[in-house]
Design a protein around this ligand. Structure first.
Ligand code: ADP
Ligand code: MG
Length: 387
């Protein structure tokens, strides 16, 4: 992978693919600007080195057409605050007018292009669209790790038409995750929770050879319990995954599944909530969190680790009654002196709510991209920078 540090950016128009896909509230206000902050060092680096910076991103899902609610305007304002300098906002991301604007830029200036997904060609990895984008810059920088698993024009096709480099954030994401896979400090504990085992089973399988301990919690552990013929009541599971899990080494001693759980007859948190030893869930109950003994067991393993990789909450943490397991795990990892890597949309929401986001060694901006990378798969956006 070629890096921006390896190229002279002075006076060059640098076209940066960032991921400014932030959550907006109903008034269009930014709820969480973690992804915006993550790209700031690359922009600052480019400005310090007298580049002309052209930023591009997608935001939400606009079905290939213009949608004012998904304009990057508020992102531009937020960026200007963080950078403490003006960020000009373009009305589109391709076209003659934009080309003219970018060719007239002076060193140190910043232009933010409009939402790439206002053009359906972006998601189609369209060659012509990519070529049009490439005309705006002298060089291209990918600093959007979280979209590197997507075969999109601004991520993959564009690299055919313009010299292409990895930005500081992408470089760091790749280096950190590569180290976790290739030469982590041991003991390595991998904590996987969240909704669906189907989205994470490859990560678990890949870490079986690498990790010392794999801790499974959250709804995805329910499918594993079910595969082991333990009663899970009416918990939601992925029946179609049972055969694969059985195939897979569920008896591997590195894998730790809950020994007790928090159950209730409904997900509201209003009904009766009780602790149930694993296998003792009643038919009308759902498993909604890990229990106290599991919490203790998991925390002990976490305390003993030198590297920790965490993705996915331990229960339905959005409800106070079912958040204790996730909170305890979050705190234990945050307090650990190990090298700690955390990622995942809901997981980041959780650590943000707990005010712990700055307590981890590395918070990955990639949800799906991180899972793909940790599963040992190639990401097309990264491969495109290697050729
Ligand atoms: P991430 O985005 O961090 O990778 P996921 O998307 O895989 O995490 O899953 C997060 C969701 O899983 C949360 O909304 C949480 O409420 C839900 N969840 C976790 N455990 C359970 C459970 N036992 N029952 C129901 N939902 C659960
Ligand atoms: Mg999620």
């Amino acid at each position: 992978m070629k890096l921006i540090k390896d190229v002279d950016v002075q006076n060059k128009r640098v076209l940066v693919r960032a991921d400014f896909n932030v959550d907006l509230d109903e008034q269009g206000k930014i709820i969480d600007d973690f992804r915006i902050r993550a790209v700031v060092p690359t922009i600052e680096y480019l400005i310090k080195n007298n580049a002309k910076v052209i930023l591009m991103s997608h935001l939400g899902e606009s079905q290939g057409k213009k949608d004012e609610k998904l304009s990057l305007g508020s992102v531009g304002e937020k960026l200007a605050e963080y950078l403490n300098c003006p960020v000009a906002k373009a009305d589109d991301c391709i076209g003659e007018e934009i080309k003219k604007q970018t060719h007239e830029m002076k060193a140190g200036e910043i232009i933010l292009l409009e939402n790439l997904r206002f053009h359906q060609e972006e998601k189609e990895n369209d060659e012509n669209f990519a070529k049009e984008l490439s005309k705006l810059g002298d060089i291209y920088v990918n600093d959007a790790f979280s979209v590197c698993h997507r075969l999109h024009a601004s991520v993959v096709a564009i690299t055919k038409y313009i010299p292409s480099y990895a930005g500081l954030l992408l470089e760091k994401e790749v280096a950190v995750l590569k180290k976790a896979l290739e030469n982590p400090e041991h003991p390595l504990a991998v904590v996987i929770g969240g909704a669906k085992i189907s989205t994470k089973i490859k990560v678990i399988a890949n870490f079986l050879d690498i990790a010392d301990n794999i801790l499974l919690g959250g709804a995805l552990a329910n499918t594993v319990l079910h595969a082991k013929c333990l009663a899970i009541g009416k918990s939601l599971i992925e029946e179609e995954m049972v055969a694969e899990i059985k195939n897979f080494e569920i008896t591997n001693t590195k894998i730790h599944i809950p020994v007790d759980t928090i159950v209730s007859t409904d997900t509201t948190g209003q009904g009766e909530v009780r602790i149930a030893p694993v296998g003792k869930t009643k038919e009308d109950e759902l498993i909604l969190d890990i229990g106290p003994e599991t919490k203790e067991l998991f925390v002990r393993i976490i305390k003993n680790a030198e590297t920790i990789v965490w993705n996915g909450p331990m229960g339905l943490f959005e409800k106070e009654n079912f958040a204790h397991g996730s909170k305890a795990i979050a705190k234990a990892i945050a307090e650990s002196s190990a090298y700690t890597i955390v990622g995942g949309g809901e997981t980041i929401c959780l650590i943000n709510e707990l005010g712990l986001i700055d307590k981890f060694s590395h918070v990955s901006t990639g949800g799906g991209a991180m899972l793909k990378f940790l599963a040992g798969e190639k990401l097309p956006g990264i491969t495109a920078l290697e050729t």
